[in-house]
Design a protein around this ligand. Structure first.
Ligand SMILES: [Fe+2]
Length: 297
């Protein structure tokens, strides 16, 4: 079975490439590692490729890359996919830092790109704006979260960390509580992209920075129940929700089956579970705004 170990980068199509580059470089605090006529590659200040932008007719998340263990043979990835009835295609030199990928579509048509090794596209690059440590997770609105949980589990080795009733699933591929989420929505599209910040102090600086830029915070700060991360959400110029978070739950030892204990956990030990949306599921913080909630419409 294929076992994804971490997320690589997300590729977004945008009708206004320069506007999107300006947002990711001047607000998110990514660095423009490479620019072509219709494409741009953005890295964290640590040099990891995390966002690829492409000129397109609409705003959408078109592709996501995931890393599998570096020693994995490409042929074994192909065979692993075929055993699950999925046909993969090899792409050579798809983007800076990655020389080979195996690609295939998930059930909603997002192209998934598997790679074994990636070189940083820069090192300790100067960044302006928020400056996240890494790309944390992507969440999508889908009609049937259960079928996506089954596909990502069966084909890519993801595990379920939590459900909120039967309409929101959080899935992990490494220690982080979630790397992909699926929430029931009226249309199939991205729900949010999330970047990890170093600590609570950086979240506060980020909120002040967004305030200075007159960018509304549409939910948060608060501390979630599922994942227990400190969160804030805002919208980017492509109308995608961007989450900035820190202190996400980690399961450092899969064999123990519980998340590393934290003082804010209500359950001891904190194991994967189904949360009830009728009782307050966030540990603290006000409910989301209408601007956040409209993403599932
Ligand atoms: Fe999130």
């Amino acid at each position: 079975m294929i076992k994804v170990t971490r997320i690589g980068h997300a590729t977004f199509e945008t009708p206004d490439l320069q506007r999107a580059i300006d947002y990711y470089t001047q607000v998110t605090g990514l660095v423009l590692a490479q620019r072509e006529k219709n494409r741009a590659f953005l890295a964290t200040k640590l040099g990891d490729l995390v966002v690829q932008l492409e000129q397109g007719s609409q705003s959408r998340c078109a592709r996501i890359s995931f890393q599998v263990a570096p020693e994995t043979e490409f042929d074994s990835i192909r065979r692993g996919l075929e055993r699950q009835g999925v046909h993969g295609q090899t792409r050579n030199d798809p983007c800076p830092g990655i020389s080979r990928m195996m690609t295939f579509e998930d059930p909603k048509g997002t192209l998934l790109e598997l790679f074994t090794t990636a070189e940083p596209v820069g090192k300790n690059l100067p960044a302006v704006g928020i400056g996240p440590l890494k790309l944390g997770h992507l969440a999508f609105c889908v009609d049937d979260p259960k079928s996506f949980a089954d596909f990502y589990g069966r084909v890519l080795g993801f595990r379920v960390s939590d459900w909120i009733e039967d309409w929101f699933v959080f899935m992990r591929c490494g220690p982080d509580h979630h790397t992909v989420n699926f929430v029931r929505g009226k249309s199939t599209k991205i729900h949010h992209i999330a970047f990890e910040l170093k600590d609570w102090a950086q979240v506060q600086v980020a909120c002040d920075f967004l305030g200075q830029k007159n960018i509304s915070i549409i939910w948060g700060p608060g501390r979630h129940g599922p994942g227990h991360n400190i969160f804030t959400y805002h919208r980017n110029p492509d109308d995608h929700i961007v989450e900035l978070f820190t202190e996400l739950d980690k399961m450092m030892d899969e064999s123990l089956g519980y998340f590393d204990p934290r003082p804010w956990h209500r359950d001891r030990p904190q194991v994967p579970k189904v949360w009830d949306s009728k009782s307050p599921r966030d540990i603290w913080g006000l409910p989301p705004s209408r601007d956040y909630l409209r993403q599932r419409d």
